[in-house]
Design a protein around this ligand. Structure first.
Ligand code: F6P
Length: 320
C-alpha cells in the first residue's frame, strides 16, 4: 500500500488528534503518503484533502477536537455520495482509508469496503462508548473525567443547600457515561436507557439517605432517557427536597485527552496502519481485556452493545 487517506467523522471526541498523529507517523514510518481528508465523508465527496507530513501533526497530542474537522454527512448515505467518494479515492490513487468515528461513521466505512472494495480500517472514536465489539472507545475516558469535574462542583453547592441535583450526560442511546461517571463520582442514583425507571425506588433511596444524614443527592441521567428538566419536574412533584437540573452538554466533547485516551489513540492509530501495511482492510480496531484487537468490520457493525448490569448493581450497592 503506497498512499492512504484519513478522516474523522461524526461527533468529535478527545483523543482524535492524538490518533491522527499516530496514523500519520506510522504511515510515514512505512514510507506511505498520507492525505488528511477534511470534514469527514463530506471532504471525501468534495475532494477536500491535504497531504500530511511529520510536522503536520506536531503539538496536537494534547489537544481536544480534531484538526481535520468533522461532520455528519447525510450525502454519504446515498448511492450518489458513495460513488463520488470512491471516485475521489481512485483519482487521488488512495489505496487504503482510515476512518476515526462512531457507529454512523463505521457504516460508511463498511459500505466503502463491502460494496466498493476499498481497504478500510475503522477506529472507534466517540465519547458514547456505544460500540459492542470494543470495551472502550476513544474519548470516553476523557468525557467521563469531565463529567466528574462538574459533578464534584455540583456536590459542593447541592450539599450547602441540601438539594437534589439531576445531571444530564450525553451518550445517545447508551448509558455508559452515566454508569461510569455515576460510580466514580459517588452519585446516589443513575438513570439509563437500559434499565426502566423505578420512581418508588428512587424516592426510597433519597429518603433513606436523608434519614441517614446525607445532605445532598446526585442523580445522573443519560440523555437517552429524557431531559434533565423533564425528570426534575417529575421528581419535584413527588419530593419535598429542592431539585435543580444541570445539562453538561458539549463540554463533555472537548478538552485535553486523558492518559488513557492518549494511549488508546496511539495504539489504535498504529494498529490501523500496520493492518493496511500488511495488505489487510475491512477491519475495525478496538480493545478487549486490555489487549488491542481487530475484527471484521461487517461483524463489528452488526453486534449489539450489552449493558454492564454488574456495574449497575455495584453502584446500587455502594452509592447511598
Ligand atoms: O455521539 C456523540 C454525541 O455527543 C452524543 O453523545 C450526542 O447525543 C450527540 O453526539 C450530539 O450531537 P451534536 O453535537 O450534533 O449535537
Amino acid at each position: 500500500m503506497k498512499r492512504i487517506g484519513l478522516l474523522t467523522s461524526g461527533g468529535d471526541a478527545p483523543g482524535m488528534n492524538a490518533c491522527i498523529r499516530a496514523v500519520v507517523r506510522t504511515a510515514l514510518y512505512f514510507g506511505m503518503d498520507v492525505y488528511g481528508i477534511q470534514r469527514g465523508y463530506q471532504g471525501l465527496i468534495d475532494d477536500d484533502m491535504i497531504p500530511m507530513q511529520m510536522r503536520s501533526v506536531s503539538n496536537i497530542v494534547q489537544r481536544g477536537g480534531t484538526m481535520l474537522m468533522t461532520a455528519r454527512c447525510l450525502e454519504m448515505l446515498t448511492k450518489d455520495g458513495q460513488e463520488k467518494a470512491v471516485k475521489t479515492l481512485k483519482n487521488r490513487k488512495i489505496d487504503g482509508l482510515v476512518v476515526i468515528g462512531g457507529d454512523g461513521s463505521f457504516r460508511g466505512a463498511k459500505c466503502l469496503s463491502e460494496d466498493y472494495g476499498i481497504p478500510t480500517i475503522g477506529i472507534p472514536g466517540t465519547i458514547d462508548n456505544d460500540l459492542a465489539y470494543t470495551d472502550y472507545t476513544l474519548g470516553f475516558d476523557t468525557a467521563v473525567n469531565t463529567c466528574l469535574d462538574v459533578i464534584n462542583k455540583l456536590r459542593d453547592t447541592m450539599t450547602s443547600h441540601e438539594r437534589i441535583s439531576v445531571v444530564e450526560v450525553m451518550g445517545r442511546h447508551c448509558g455508559d457515561i452515566a454508569l461510569y461517571a455515576g460510580i466514580a463520582s459517588g452519585a446516589e442514583i443513575i438513570i439509563v436507557p437500559e434499565v426502566p425507571i423505578d420512581m418508588e425506588d428512587i424516592i426510597m433511596r433519597i429518603n433513606r439517605s436523608r434519614v441517614d444524614g446525607k445532605r445532598s443527592n446526585i442523580i445522573l441521567l443519560a440523555e437517552g432517557v429524557c431531559t434533565a428538566d423533564e425528570f426534575s419536574k417529575r421528581l419535584q412533584s413527588v419530593t419535598a427536597y429542592s431539585v435543580r437540573s444541570t445539562v453538561i452538554g458539549h463540554i463533555q466533547r472537548g478538552g485535553s485527552p486523558t492518559m488513557a485516551d492518549r494511549m488508546l489513540a496511539a495504539q489504535f492509530g498504529n494498529k490501523a496502519v500496520r493492518l493496511l501495511n500488511d495488505g489487510i482492510g475491512d477491519r475495525v480496531v478496538g480493545i478487549r481485556k486490555n489487549e488491542i484487537i481487530d475484527m471484521d468490520i461487517i461483524e463489528a457493525v452488526s453486534m449489539k452493545k450489552k449493558f454492564n448490569y454488574e456495574l449497575y448493581q455495584t453502584l446500587q450497592m455502594i452509592s447511598m
